[in-house]
Design a protein around this ligand. Structure first.
Ligand code: ZN
Ligand code: ZN
Length: 241
């Protein structure tokens, strides 16, 4: 809790009434947004993943890096606690949860994210009509938290030109066509090394299209970070070939 104008009192008030974890709301927690140790461990769990393609680590088998050209980091497997937290993050009351997921994403992957020498964090945009009906955009809140964690600006360098059907309502083969031409660059992405942020990536089609648009607008490099990646992107299970 922060009490503007009474900075001397703040530590005492936090001591008497410690902030609660944004995920479980039960445990006293630390950091901004506050997260307890148990939730930090649970949400960041999941086996190691390849930082180039985001698939579960695949050892010596060929990396099927399709997008983004630079790499993709993932916070959690799309199951159990992470799935519940992501659903919560999509509601206006869930903004602290979305911010908490963004904070954990940076903490888990700080070394790789630093290595990418990024200039800006860009959320995958939601169509304004959908944003208005939802009252919030999880990708936007997560991107803001990621930007804060990295000490970078969050910039809205993409806009949705048209509403698209939800990717998870379509069969995999229909998804690239659903998002083709759906985004346009805005602002000045030229020369920037960009981190695209979204909540869930189901097939990678949206990330690929956003990346394509940014590169076409002159971005120097595009990487991506998502809370969860639904395993089963096309090509994921084609290792044996
Ligand atoms: Zn907790
Ligand atoms: Zn890989």
């Amino acid at each position: 809790m922060r009490w503007p104008g009474m900075p001397g009192l703040a530590p005492w008030l936090d001591f008497l009434c410690p902030p609660r974890c944004v995920f479980c709301r039960a445990e006293p927690a630390s950091g901004h947004p506050p997260i307890c140790r148990r939730c930090a461990a649970t949400m960041s769990a999941g086996g190691p993943r390849c930082p180039a393609c985001g698939r579960p680590a695949h050892g010596d088998t060929r990396c099927r890096r399709r997008f983004p050209a630079g790499g993709l980091v993932v916070l959690a497997d799309y199951a159990d606690e992470a799935r519940t937290a992501i659903l919560e993050a999509k509601r206006p009351a869930g903004e602290p949860v979305a911010a908490g997921l963004g904070r954990l994403l940076v903490e888990k992957h700080r070394a790789i994210l630093d290595e990418w020498r990024l200039h800006a964090v860009v959320p995958v945009p939601m169509h304004w009509l959908r944003r208005m009906s939802r009252g919030t955009s999880a990708a936007d809140t997560i991107a803001t938290a990621v930007a804060r964690g990295l000490g970078l600006p969050r910039r809205r360098l993409l806009r949705r030109r048209r509403a698209t059907r939800r990717q998870n309502e379509l069969v995999v083969g229909e998804r690239p066509a659903n998002v083709r031409g759906a985004f346009a660059a805005r602002g000045r992405p030229a020369g920037l090394r960009i981190l695209l942020v979204d909540d869930v990536s189901t097939t990678g089609a949206t990330l690929a299209e956003c990346g394509r648009v940014l590169v076409e607008a002159g971005a120097a490099a595009v990487y991506a970070a998502v809370i969860a990646r639904a395993d089963g992107w096309p090509g994921d299970d084609a290792d044996a070939s």
